[in-house]
Design a protein around this ligand. Structure first.
Ligand code: ADP
Ligand code: MG
Length: 213
């Protein structure tokens, strides 16, 4: 089993649907420790990404991810726009020319995390989306080591991202807008870590559909 452009397009469609559904939740999370725009920004960006993919019909995983990157950069705004934009751009480069096997999936996640850290300079424990992407990458690599197929690699990554997002609650933010709150950022989930977990869960669901087809 390998993951192709159809999977990548489905990933973005399912991400857009999930983000639309969780839009108000993401707004509430960002209102608690930020300015409340994360849900709206992400909803706008992923809707635009789905539209761009419908119009351009890219034929490879890398081309899909590149289109998403460009669209998110120009539509999301805030901190998350350039962060997710760079994530998808590096993920696109990491995807190479063909379809993805398990190691390819791990490489794409590694590319995304690289991009986010190149942009935002955050490390783990700073209460950002890095706290979801980092355990996702670790879990993906472990799954590859144990011989998992791409769908199982994504399943492991999504589950680890959800745990990583949950683990941001007791953290004090030291990067991004939430860091202005200092101690008062403690006791809330990081919105970007939560949106990351939605996006990675969507990737796993899309792969599950491919596997079931
Ligand atoms: P803004 O803070 O400009 O309103 P958003 O609300 O769209 O932007 O996004 C906020 C999210 O961006 C945070 O929840 C966090 O996950 C992420 N973030 C902010 N700064 C950084 C950074 N330096 N590195 C990684 N992620 C960051
Ligand atoms: Mg915000």
């Amino acid at each position: 089993m390998s993951l192709d452009a159809a999977w990548a397009r489905r990933w973005i469609e399912l991400s857009a649907a999930e983000i639309a559904e969780q839009r108000d939740y993401l707004v509430d999370l960002d209102r608690a420790i930020g300015d409340g725009d994360h849900g709206e920004n992400m909803d706008r960006g992923f809707k635009a990404a789905v539209e761009a993919l419908e119009q351009t019909q890219p034929g490879s995983v890398a081309e899909v991810l590149k289109t998403v990157a460009k669209t998110l950069m120009s539509t999301v705004g805030g901190a998350a726009g350039p962060l997710y934009g760079t994530a998808f751009l590096r993920a696109s480069k990491a995807a190479g020319d063909g379809d993805l096997d398990g190691a390819g999936v791990a490489a794409v996640i590694a590319g995304a995390l690289d991009g986010i850290q190149a942009r935002g300079k955050a490390t783990t424990g700073e209460k950002t989306m890095v706290d979801a992407w980092t355990p996702a990458l670790e879990a993906a690599r472990a799954a590859v080591e144990s011989g998992s197929d791409p769908a199982a690699v994504l399943e492991a990554a999504a589950t680890a991202a959800e745990a990583g997002a949950a683990a941001t609650e007791p953290m004090r933010a030291t990067k991004g807008r939430a860091s202005y709150l200092g101690e008062r950022s403690i006791g809330h989930l990081d919105p970007g870590a939560v949106s990351t977990s939605l996006i990675l869960r969507a990737a796993a669901r899309a792969a599950g559909e491919v596997g079931a087809a």
